[in-house]
Write a protein that binds this ligand. Structure first.
Ligand code: GLU
Length: 356
């Protein structure tokens, strides 16, 4: 019997210590909670960051961290086994075996590959093995890397049909202001809709070593809650970090409630997982037909397009105001746009992105 399923993501600033090595005590705390959850009937997947930082601590000899992509990718290759070694030991202490799954954006873009990754994660759960996921930094293309694991964790939550996503980090959650600048900043405990005010609060904060920051966590929370996944941003360096975050008691973190009108899995995949290969600009009438009448996009409504998309690719759809209002899989290629099917994006392949 499964009671729920959770993806637990832990950021670089929490996985590593001040000299960049793996902070084993944090891993032990997380592992103990994850195993307790699993023993309680939950399916749990861990998404870890920290490979680049741990790798540089090992191979960098105290020099400044490099910034070029090729070196960082190589450094990640050094760090991944260090990180896995630590996770393996931490989980062994808690009584569980781990398996490593490294994913790149392309694994999410190709529907076949996506379903394949899902199959592997399910098989690991069937074996009672805890999957430890990270981005496959060493081979991910510089242009299309996830870069931060918040987005990756949200995609994994969607992939495995999780009920909960926990983003463990170096703050207590989303605060009303930056506590370094405003001592009266308080924790926002619950968010039912991610609107402009909330996005503004998240600002452009970044922590020292991770690449995420609050705005990338918010983007992940948006993605996850649209897919029906309740999302919690919470502190990693506390006793029982996972239990505390999922317990949702006072001060436990910021909980973003899952939307009740969740997107079906395939639509969530179109909206968030597939990279867009072009843009279609549509007129007012077509915008109305899409947003208010649930229609397909017809060629007559398209006033312009760009990008080298081919049939089946994802494209963004912008209205006369140039704001992206939808994303969908296009039925015609850019180079034969004038002579293809009249239906350019079928309603079944279309996701509206300006949902209130
Ligand atoms: N894949 C990166 C690493 O393991 C993590 C990126 C991030 O979320 O900061 O170093």
């Amino acid at each position: 019997m499964t009671r729920g399923s959770a993806v637990i993501k832990i950021g670089t600033s929490s996985v590593t210590n001040e000299v960049g090595g793996v902070d084993y005590d944090v891993l032990v705390n997380v592992a103990a909670d994850v195993v307790a959850l699993r023993d309680d009937g939950w399916t749990v997947v861990v998404v870890t960051s920290g490979a680049i930082t741990a790798g540089w601590a090992d191979v960098g000899g105290g020099r400044r961290r490099p910034t070029d992509a090729a070196t960082l990718q190589a450094v990640s290759a050094v760090g991944q086994p260090l990180l896995m070694h630590a996770w393996r030991n931490a989980f062994q202490e808690a009584g569980a075996t781990v398996g490593q799954v490294l994913l790149a954006p392309l694994d999410f873009s190709h529907r076949g590959q996506y379903l394949h990754a899902r199959g592997t994660l399910e098989a690991l759960a069937d074996l009672h093995v805890i999957a430890i996921v990270n981005e496959n930094d060493a081979v991910a293309d510089e242009e299309i890397r996830f870069g931060d694991n918040d987005r990756l964790a949200a995609l994994v939550a969607n992939l495995v049909g999780a009920t909960h996503l926990v983003l463990l980090t170096d703050t207590d959650g989303l605060l009303t202001a930056d506590p370094r600048l405003d001592p009266t900043a308080t924790l926002i405990e619950e968010v039912s809709a991610i609107d402009a005010t909330i996005e503004e609060l998240a600002g452009r904060s970044r922590s020292g070593v991770g690449s995420g920051g609050m705005s990338s966590k918010l983007a992940a929370a948006r993605m996850a809650t649209w897919s029906g996944v309740t999302t919690v941003i919470a502190a990693a360096r506390v006793a029982h970090p996972v239990k505390r975050a999922l317990g949702a008691g006072p001060g436990a973190g910021t909980t973003f409630h899952a939307r009740t009108d969740r997107l079906p899995a395939r639509k969530a995949w179109i909206a968030f997982a597939v990279a867009s290969r072009g843009t279609l600009e549509i007129n007012q009438g077509a915008m109305q037909a899409l947003e208010h009448h649930g229609r397909s996009l017809l060629r007559v409504g398209v006033v312009g397009y760009d990008g080298g998309f081919v049939e089946g690719d994802a494209v963004e759809i912008v209205g006369p105001d140039r704001e992206v209002l939808a994303k969908g899989l296009v039925r015609v290629s850019a180079d034969s746009f004038a002579d293809g099917d009249d239906v350019v994006v079928h309603r079944d392949d279309l996701v509206l992105l300006r949902r209130p």
